[in-house]
Design a protein around this ligand. Sequence first.
Ligand code: PLP
Length: 362
Amino acid sequence: MPGIPLVDLAAQHDQVADEVAAGWAEVLKATAFVGGPQVAAFEAEFAEFCGVGHCVGVANGTDALELALRALGVGPRDECVLPANTFIATAEAVARAGARVVLADCDAETGLIDVDAVHAVTGPRTRAIVPVHLYGQTAPVEALPAGVPILEDAAQAQGARRDGVAAGGLGTIAATSFYPGKNLGAYGDAGAVVTRNRELAGKVRLLREHGSPRKYEHTELGFNSRLDTLQAVVLSAKLRRLADWNAARRVAAARYDALLSGLPGVRRPVVLPGNEPVWHLYVVRVDERDRVLEQLRAEGIGAGIHYPTPVHLTGAFAHLGYPRGAFPLAEKMADEILSLPLFPEITAAQQERVVDVLAEAI
Ligand SMILES: *Cc1c(COP(=O)(O)O)cnc(C)c1O
């Protein structure tokens, strides 16, 4: 059997190729590459998909996080609490907004932010809490400290639900990424902020466009962080299929669960009650992970690690002063986690092959 990639973007492109080509032809003909009806249409569609009133398209997920923080008024002298085990962008956005990054350890089973740990570090300076819906499963936002704005990092969770409510509508405001490998992926960088709050959405709209409510009027220091028209065309075409693709991911995750259930030495992902994950990643935990990963790759299996280094152990955030051992559960996770290939089009035969090679490695 040929190699099995971690994600297969070509299989996804095949399904939208005609629609994207037709939409792009219109954009090229109009030579209107920024803004336009395509961006407004996608924003309306994605807001509806998330069950919220407002969506503001931006240039990427990291900007989405930063603009959401700035809309919340986060700045110097503020603190924001986020999990130690996340993609670096969550921490970058807080630091770029000028606030102090305060980390919390994760739950030993799910890898989601540990709510007790959040309560322990939340204080009068905490201006926002940034839970991450890691691997496509929503964090237990309802158990986080009350009275502090919640910015959901929903980059991995487009379409995930918690007690029936979609990611993006669980907190005060949410940021998402349409990086190509995400469940809803653009053909380049793209992101969005979603919220039920009209005022916050208006603030993000202002910030993404040079702080400009009207052309050549600049009421505050802003950014250039817009969603390209060409990307909006891709995202609208893919959004129409996202529910089906997420359902296919669920089927594939259930198949891995079944295939792995008889395999001692592989700890399967744990789903919290009330959660409907969208399986951005299927992450197992194994001993001697690096050796197992090497063996999988040698056999052409595109396994990965998300993420090998917790935030506090990166060079970029060493200045926070957290020593090794500060977040033992996040550190243990980083040593054990292994992301198996998962994408909507993965076949049963491909998954069986992944599990065979994994079993052999273990
Ligand atoms: C992808 C991702 C981001 C950042 O998105 P970009 O579009 O790459 O800037 C932020 N947080 C998490 C959890 C992500 O997975």
